[in-house]
Design a protein around this ligand. Structure first.
Ligand code: C5P
Length: 481
């Protein structure tokens, strides 16, 4: 079926959700918005927050890593009349529905769903045959709902682009966004808020001296250069690319086309020499620029904006990210910059710790495992998993990383893989769900990026199970049911 046909039903569910929210505001309901702590979740919360603010609604936003019985009980204590879940598995919304049927629920989510829900407004692309891992993210869904509430919310389109890039949905030709995300890109472009062009994709292309941008790039991960400013500097010097002109550092955007070409070929050769030929195609691609944002801020390049939102969510300061999505700059942006710096430092520390001793990252038959235990923050283990998964000796083996959540008696697991493994039949969302349930936990997510939370005492069994399930899928065996 064509996207336009599948999208018609999807947009009907968008309208239903928008109507339910508008109606609740009309009745002066108190609305509690729950969203996930990554970039897409923070962006989705910011978009819905702005739409509610424009309606003059009474609302509160809370960011969380997951929803469980404890959180459901906390929701009940707050006595909201409506709860909107964004970017949190739709099944979590059902959990609340079962406990408190009198509370109105709206779920806006793009995670794989076990079965469609029709007892409350639920917008989930998978129900309509639209791939929620690449065609639209939760902030995109939130955007379409916000736009259906009020057309002025079209100005939030760039925030949805940021969310989609944060969720690594740039899986189309040369790292472009496709599917329904393309419609959002068009909206943002037609408002004069976004430009899209092809270029070398280095992190901080707008804000950082070129050697720092090179060192900050982790997608692709360039071993010996990513995280290594001195070596990045030397790499550029060797190529005869000047890092400074007239005492002023040059950013990627200051390089001539010829210099960019030279840099790109050298990086490609370098990656191939390290056996990372997969990563070469990730060097060049579409870049999304929020042209109304000031130059030299991390909000101008959409991918950098996404990292900033991710940092606020994972460093326990999601309010700052949400405020920025809702339009705050000034003090909020200053604080976000500090959070971003702290986040980078923390990630580098974790990566060093993992690499310091063998045994912290182990290779099993079918997967890699990072034993983060009580050393890695459970909110950051997802980011570590994403970064490491692009730099494994064998990128075709999925990676799982876990960290203890001591006060809950749980471990938080993050699993990542590449599309080539998905093409062989491995769906990490499915594997996390099956393995977690067998270990008395909860799991789910997307085919390439998924997670779970399980009782701490079951972690060894869980790892063994995931290793087996991946093996079975690679051998073409069925694992569900
Ligand atoms: O936490 P992490 O970033 O590893 O999660 C990867 C993806 O899996 C996220 O989109 C998250 O919402 C999803 N997830 C899920 N169910 C869980 C844990 C994670 O759907 N129990």
């Amino acid at each position: 079926m064509e996207l336009s046909e599948r999208a018609a039903d999807f947009f009907e569910s968008v309208s239903k959700a928008a109507n339910a929210i508008r109606e609740a505001v009309k009745q002066d309901n108190y609305i509690y918005v729950f969203s996930h702590l990554d970039a897409d979740g923070v962006a989705a919360a910011g978009i819905i927050g702005k739409a509610l603010y424009r309606l003059d609604a009474r609302f509160r936003i809370r960011i969380t890593q997951w929803v469980d019985e404890k959180i459901v009980n906390e929701i009940l204590e707050e006595k909201p009349q409506m709860v909107i879940f964004t970017d949190l598995g739709t099944d979590y919304a059902s959990l609340l529905r079962q406990k408190a049927p009198e509370i109105k629920v709206v779920a806006l989510d793009h995670h794989q769903i076990s079965e469609p829900h029709d007892d409350f407004p639920c917008v989930n692309p998978h129900v309509y045959g639209i791939d929620g891992a690449r065609e639209i993210s939760s902030s995109g869904i939130a955007y379409f709902v916000a736009k259906a509430i009020d057309e002025t919310n079209v100005e939030l389109a760039p925030i949805a682009v940021v969310g989609a890039l944060g969720d690594l949905q740039d899986k189309y030709e040369q790292r472009s966004l496709g599917g329904l995300n393309e419609k959002i890109v068009e909206d943002a472009k037609s408002q004069g808020l976004l430009t899209v062009e092809k270029d070398l994709i280095l992190f901080g292309r707008e804000t950082r001296p070129i050697h720092k941008a090179l060192a900050s790039t982790t997608n692709p991960f360039i071993p010996g250069i990513s995280g290594e400013e001195g070596k990045s500097f030397a790499f550029l010097e060797n190529l005869g690319i000047k890092t400074k002109v007239n005492d002023r550092w040059r950013a990627l955007r200051d390089l001539t086309d010829e210099e960019k070409r030279r840099l790109c070929s050298a990086l490609a050769e370098y990656l191939i020499s390290k056996g990372l030929h997969y990563e070469v195609s990730n060097l060049i691609g579409y870049v999304y620029t929020l042209v109304k944002e000031d130059s030299w801020t991390p909000l101008r390049d959409a991918r950098e904006f996404a990292v900033l939102l991710n940092a606020t969510g994972r460093m326990n300061k999601p309010g700052v990210g949400i405020a920025i999505c809702m339009g705050d700059r000034g003090a909020a942006l200053e604080e976000a910059n500090k959070i971003l710096e702290e986040y980078r430092r923390t990630i580098n520390e974790y990566l060093e710790w993992i690499m310091e001793k063998p045994g912290r990252l182990k290779e099993l038959e079918n997967i890699y495992v990072v034993y983060g235990e009580d050393r890695i923050d459970d909110k950051i283990v997802g980011a570590i998993s994403s970064i490491l998964s692009t730099s494994l000796p064998n990128p075709e083996k999925p990676l799982i990383a876990y960290a203890d959540v001591k006060e809950e008696g749980l471990v938080k697991v993050s699993a990542r893989t590449v599309d080539a493994v998905v093409a062989k039949g491995v769906n990490l969302g499915e594997i996390m769900q099956i393995a977690a349930e067998k270990c008395l936990g909860k799991g789910g997510g997307h085919n390439v990026a998924a997670g779970a939370q399980i009782p701490i005492e079951n972690v060894e069994v869980f790892i063994k199970l995931v290793n087996e399930l991946v093996g079975k899928r690679l051998a073409g065996e069925k694992i569900g049911g």
